[in-house]
Structures are given as C-alpha cells and as structure tokens.
Design a protein around this ligand. Structure first.
Ligand code: ADP
Length: 404
C-alpha cells in the first residue's frame, strides 16, 4: 500500500511517498516559494532502483495546485519516477496543525471534517488555511484516493481539564476556545511508540517524558501511553525557549512592551514569533552556531544555552513529579537527536530520580540502539529520531483500513 503524505504551508508543499509494506520512503520533496516569481523544487528518490537521486530546479509555481502537479510529475516521471501512475497512490495523509477540540484522532476527510478544520482557522490562522488548501487540491488530483487528516493537536486531547484550562474568564473558553491544545503530537506519539518497543512493553503500560527539541520545541508527559500534559499552549508560542520563540512569558510583559514602545499587536506578534527565543538572547537561533560562539567565550551565547536547558529541566522536573513513575525520557528532533551537550545538561544531577546518563553512550547513541543511560539506570533515556511522515502514513493506513 502506497501512501502520499502532504504537509502544505502557505507558500510551500512538502511531500513524501511511503510504501507501507516494510514502511519505507520511496521519494520525498519540497516545493517552495509558491506564488512567487521563481519557485524551487527539491526532490529525492529513496528507492535503490532509482539510485537515490536528488533533483533541484527552479521554475515559477503559480499556486498549490501547480505545486502538487509538480510533485506528482516527479513521482511519475518516466525513467526516474518511483511509480508509473498516480493511481498507485492508495491514500493521502495530510498534516493539519490544529484540530481544536473537534479531533481526538485522525479523520477521513468528508464535508463535516472540512467544515471543522475551517472552523478551527481562527486558532491557527497561518497554518490551517494552507492545510485545507492541500486537502482540496489533493481531492481534485487523486479523486480515487481516500484523504485523511492527521492533527498535530489530536494526541494531546487526552490532557485533563485541570491541566489544559487557563485561569481566564470562563466565557473565553466557551466562546473562543481559549485553552491549551499542545502541538507536535505526531512526533510525540511516534517516539512514544518507539520507546515502548525498546522497553519491550506495550505503549499502554509505560510512562514517558518525550522532548521534541527542534527549531520549535515541546516536552510531553505521557501516562500509560497517552498525553497528560505538554509544554505548548493554545498556540505553538508557549512553553520552552525555541529558536526564535521565547515560550512562556509573564503576560504583563506584552502590555508593558506595547505601552513603552507603542507597538501594535501584529508587531508584537512578529517579535514573539521571529525575534525572540535563542535569537533574541544571542542573535543566533541554530544551536550549532551558539555552541561555537559560547566555546569562544561569547557570554550571551552561553547564557542562551543555560536558559534553554533550564527551561527544559523545569518541564522535565514538573512531569517527573506529575507522573510519579517514569520509565523513560526520550530526546528527539534536530537538537534532541544531535546535541549530546544539551542532553547531558538536561539530565545532570538526576541520579536521585533514577536517571544516570552514560557519557560514552550519550556521544554515540546509535551504537546502543539509542539508549544513553548507564546500565542499571532505573529510568532509561533514549535518543529516538522522529519520523512524522511515517507516523502520519501509519495513522492514514489505520483509518483507511478501519482500524482507527
Ligand atoms: P524543525 O523541523 O522544527 O525546523 P529540526 O527538528 O530540524 O527543526 O531542528 C532544527 C534545529 O536543530 C536547528 O535549528 C539546530 O538548532 C538544531 N540542530 C541540528 N543539528 C544539530 C547539531 N548537530 N547539533 C546541535 N543542534 C543541531
């Protein structure tokens, strides 16, 4: 069964075609700068038969329909394509950022699902319209294939009310849906499943803390396989310190900035989205650059690293306490998978909680099936590369087969 996974942004379209028998990617790609004078297409074949080629070219891509056509063209190109015809695609799985309170699990797209995604647009004004566009274009291009929407928020719908409510006037929740939703659900769910497999226990039996640390970052508390808390809030601005987002903030700061600088809400939003976080502190948002500068003695870069780790530890500590028993702490995404120094700092001094990282394993987790804790550490820590596309494809396959 071949499943096409689509992640549609406002001016980009990411795709991956997966063969579910054996769960491997056949091809993937990215169409960027949709609607601009010169678009960019990057496509990679993963199958051995086509030699893993990487193709990059520029051409105008007028809209998302053209972008999807371009992707299909590459997938089916005579000689280099991985499929003969788009009719081989059995189903299309779409990443949808916000499912509000409508979706606790993935959904096969029908008129009601489209309406609910539409109604959730105010909660994700940048993302949901693009995700909807992707679904509509795919419906046109693949009329034979079921479309499935997989939501970033769905995994967190199990968080209890006392954890997801904000202490604000009740009507804001009832009338506008103001509450915490959480994001990166597909990633947390994927690594949780993998961690349970490595522990050799059913997912429904394990308590985990999963740390998705990439340019966007969130930590999730998982009890008996389901999310019971996560660091992001109503929007992906909350929680941890990220590349360009500062995470949790005293709300009074926003009013103070508005008054002092005479800034409008859109201007403040732009600062909170793009100029804050690590970049706000030290001018850089890539951890590799920040480590290099800190090693050369740059005090602000050192401070940014310390702040990043401190905030991670606040959540890890809170979730340890909340869960009571933790089987495993899991690191994933760009920083979680590649930065031993951050992992080591996040876990320092936790022996009394049952977690001891082995420095050698932490530097080479791939040699130890991802496990970075010392032998005998009651709480295990793992580095598990995330694979959101595979998780979306798995959930899509389950919906199509009627398992979800
Ligand atoms: P996203 O998918 O959210 O854009 P990723 O999960 O790809 O983000 O993470 C990107 C971030 O991971 C980069 O900004 C960088 O800070 C960090 N990163 C990537 N490789 C390394 C590395 N080798 N060491 C430290 N940090 C890294």
């Amino acid at each position: 069964m071949k499943i096409l996974v689509i992640n549609c942004g406002s001016s980009s379209l990411k795709y991956q075609l997966l063969e579910m028998d054996g769960e491997h990617a056949l091809a993937s790609g990215l169409v960027e700068r949709i609607g601009e004078s010169e678009g960019k297409v990057s496509h990679q074949n993963h199958s051995d038969a086509t030699g893993g080629q990487f193709i990059v070219y520029e051409k105008p891509i007028s809209d998302h329909r053209s972008a999807m056509n371009e992707a299909v063209g590459r997938l089916t190109a005579p000689g280099t394509g991985v499929i003969a015809s788009h009719s081989e695609i059995a189903a299309v799985g779409h990443r949808v950022v916000h499912g509000g309170e409508y979706f606790q699990k993935p959904a096969r797209v029908d008129q009601n699902v489209l309406k609910a995604i539409q109604q959730t647009i105010p909660l994700a004004p940048l993302h949901n319209p693009a995700n909807l566009m992707g679904i509509k274009v795919a419906q046109e291009l693949f009329p034979h294939a079921p479309q499935v929407a997989v939501f970033d928020t769905a995994f967190h719908q199990t968080i209890p009310a006392f954890a997801y409510h904000y202490a604000l006037p009740w009507s804001y929740y009832e009338q506008m849906g103001v509450r915490r939703y959480g994001f990166h659900g597909t990633s947390h769910q994927y690594v949780a499943r993998e961690a349970a497999a490595r522990l050799g226990r059913p997912l429904s039996d394990v308590n985990l803390i999963t740390a998705h640390l990439g340019s966007g970052a969130s930590i999730c508390a998982i009890e008996k396989g389901v999310s019971v808390d996560t660091s992001m809030g109503m929007t992906p601005l909350g929680g941890l310190i990220m590349g360009t987002r500062g995470g949790n903030l005293d709300p009074g700061v926003i009013m103070y900035i508005a008054e002092q600088k005479g800034m409008s809400l859109p201007e403040i939003n732009a600062v909170l989205q793009k100029e804050s976080g690590l970049k706000g502190i030290c001018g850089m948002n890539d951890l590799r650059d920040i480590h290099a500068a800190a090693d050369k003695g740059d005090a602000r870069s050192r401070l940014a690293l310390d702040m990043f780790v401190y905030r991670c530890r606040q959540y890890i500590g809170a979730y340890f306490f909340q869960l009571g028993r933790v089987d495993s702490l899991v690191f994933t995404a760009g920083i979680g998978e590649n930065d031993p120094a951050i992992r080591e700092s996040c876990c320092r001094g936790m022996a009394s909680l049952g977690l001891t990282v082995d420095p050698l394993r932490n530097r080479n987790p791939e040699k130890y099936r991802g496990e970075i804790t010392a032998a005998g550490s009651p709480v295990r820590a793992y580095v598990i590369p995330t694979n959101e596309e595979l998780e979306i494809a798995r959930q899509t396959a389950d919906v199509v087969k009627g398992k979800s």
